[in-house]
Write a protein that binds this ligand. Structure first.
Ligand SMILES: Nc1nc2c(ncn2[C@@H]2O[C@H](COP(=O)(O)OP(=O)(O)OP(=O)(O)O)[C@@H](O)[C@H]2O)c(=O)[nH]1
Ligand SMILES: [Mg+2]
Length: 457
């Protein structure tokens, strides 16, 4: 399902409206980005129309006079479609189409179109289709009271309709609506199933308690290039918007020796359609659940700070606003001065080039430092004669110290009685202390971990 015709390159007129407190320069910059989106979708921009207003006109978004001007510009430019940078209500887009005699869509429709083009996996395709259907549902147009050729229509007028289907009949619009709703329900169920599988896989991956790092950022910032640079992920890298839709995770060994799981995911953009955020919720869960966000900002972009702020807004929207963040200003190879000044403005951030590898070592050390800072340091004072404690508590990696003595805590495994010998190695840590055995393997009574213990009692 596409909204932009791709059998030929459509000719597009862009429309931007400046509303306080925005400035005309900002509107121009947003239209530049919209032009990039249009190009990615496979169409050509042939003209731009701008207006300054206090609020959108409820009927046509721009004022009546501007709408008439837009009709003239579209005619002169022989445009096929008019694209608004702001979201149009279904009524506004209907009125504009009547007035302009050509399709009137908004930025959301263009982004949905690109996502539809780039979706590869079953989950990605289902997510995009769901977002498109939710966008289309309130915009469905019927031919008024025309009846569908379904059983209902026949039932209304003839005896040939099967029993149970006779009645006043449904309009084509009602039939389309019902079909759409049914498909939405099917897709939601399908996505829920896929989401459960994803959660199970994620759980299995993180069971070893590896920390997780999510690479986030504006579309085309270089997230996939960075994942490829850090790991052997081999993710698709393209100089186009929304090249990545499916998340990809890889293990990475940090310089300090710790292993982390790093994932790359869909890029964000200003005014990311809420239908997409909703549909991609399960994919974006991984971002909200990570220990650290590696926020990649393109230092060579026209407005890196604006892109950073747009990403922060989406992070808030998906419940990841509180996750610890490390800023990486990318593309330092082409924008060294900009990267340097951005690093100066954001203490703790790093300048990198995912392409050339510059700054990557510093980045890895910064990731390690941030993650280490998350570790809770607890000092335990344990009297040496009265038993043992596990630290960290029951994570599966516990070491017991000092070696537990008796009595056996409730619920613990079997404890041998006499001093162990090499022949009868004790089965749990709370066995009596011994000098007989220099080392043995036992099961920690608190956490159940198999540990090798060296030295006498
Ligand atoms: N000069 C330069 N180009 C880079 C660098 N990092 C990435 N690029 C280029 O930027 C473009 C986008 O890179 P990607 O890694 O696909 O960006 P992304 O953030 O994954 O983009 P999406 O998945 O589309 O959101 C590609 O043409 C990369 O070659 C860098 O450090 N320097
Ligand atoms: Mg990518």
């Amino acid at each position: 399902m596409t909204l932009i015709e791709r059998t030929f390159r459509e000719r597009i007129v862009l429309v931007g409206v400046t509303m306080a407190p925005s400035t005309v320069e900002e509107t121009e910059a947003h239209l530049d980005e919209l032009a990039l989106l249009i190009d990615t979708a496979g169409a050509d921009v042939v003209a731009r129309v701008l207006q300054r207003r206090h609020a959108p006109d409820p009927a046509t978004f721009v004022g009546k006079g501007k709408a008439a001007e837009l009709a003239d510009v579209s005619l002169d430019a022989d445009a096929d479609t008019v694209v608004f940078d702001d979201e149009l209500s279904p009524a506004q887009s209907r009125n504009l189409e009547k007035l302009l005699g050509r399709t009137a869509i908004d930025r959301t429709a263009v982004i949905l179109d690109i996502f539809a083009q780039n979706a590869r996996s079953a989950e990605g395709k289902a997510q995009v289709e769901l977002a498109q259907l939710r966008y289309r549902l309130p915009r469905l147009r019927g031919k008024g009271t025309q009846l569908s050729r379904q059983a209902g229509a026949m039932g209304a007028g003839g005896a040939r309709a099967p029993i149970g289907s006779r009645g006043p009949g449904e309009t084509q619009l009602e039939v389309d609506r019902r079909r759409l709703l049914r498909r939405i329900t099917t897709l939601e169920a399908e996505l829920e199933r896929l989401s459960k599988t994803r959660r199970t896989q994620r759980k299995a991956r993180t069971q070893g308690r590896n920390r997780t790092v999510s690479i986030v950022g504006y579309t085309n910032a270089g997230k996939s290039t960075l994942l490829n640079r850090l790991t052997d992920a081999g993710v698709l890298v393209e100089d186009r918007l929304f090249a990545t839709l499916d998340p990809r995770a890889r293990r990475l060994d940090l310089p300090g020796g710790e292993a982390v799981v790093v994932s790359d995911t869909v890029g964000f953009v200003r005014k990311l359609p809420h239908q997409l955020v909703e549909a991609f919720r399960s994919t974006l869960e991984v971002v909200a659940e990570s220990d650290l966000l590696l926020h990649v900002v393109d230092a060579a972009a026209p407005d890196p700070e604006g892109q950073r702020a747009a990403v922060r807004a989406v992070l808030d929207q998906i419940g990841a606003g509180e996750v610890l963040e490390l800023l990486a200003f990318n593309k330092v190879d082409v924008a060294p001065a900009e990267a340097e000044s951005l690093v100066g403005a954001h203490p703790g951030s790093v300048a990198v080039s995912a392409l050339t590898g510059e700054g990557i070592e510093d980045l890895l050390h910064a990731v390690g430092d941030r993650l280490r800072a998350l570790e809770e340091v607890v000092e335990l004072v344990v009297p040496s004669t009265t038993g043992a404690t596990c630290w960290p508590p029951c994570t599966g990696r516990a070491r017991c110290w000092p070696r537990p003595t008796r009595p056996t805590p409730p619920g613990c495994g079997p404890a041998s009685t006499g001093p162990p010998s090499a022949a009868s190695a004790p089965s749990s840590w709370h066995d009596p202390p011994t000098a007989v055995l220099a080392s043995h393997t036992g099961t920690c009574c608190r956490c159940g971990t198999q540990e090798r213990w060296e030295g006498g009692g």
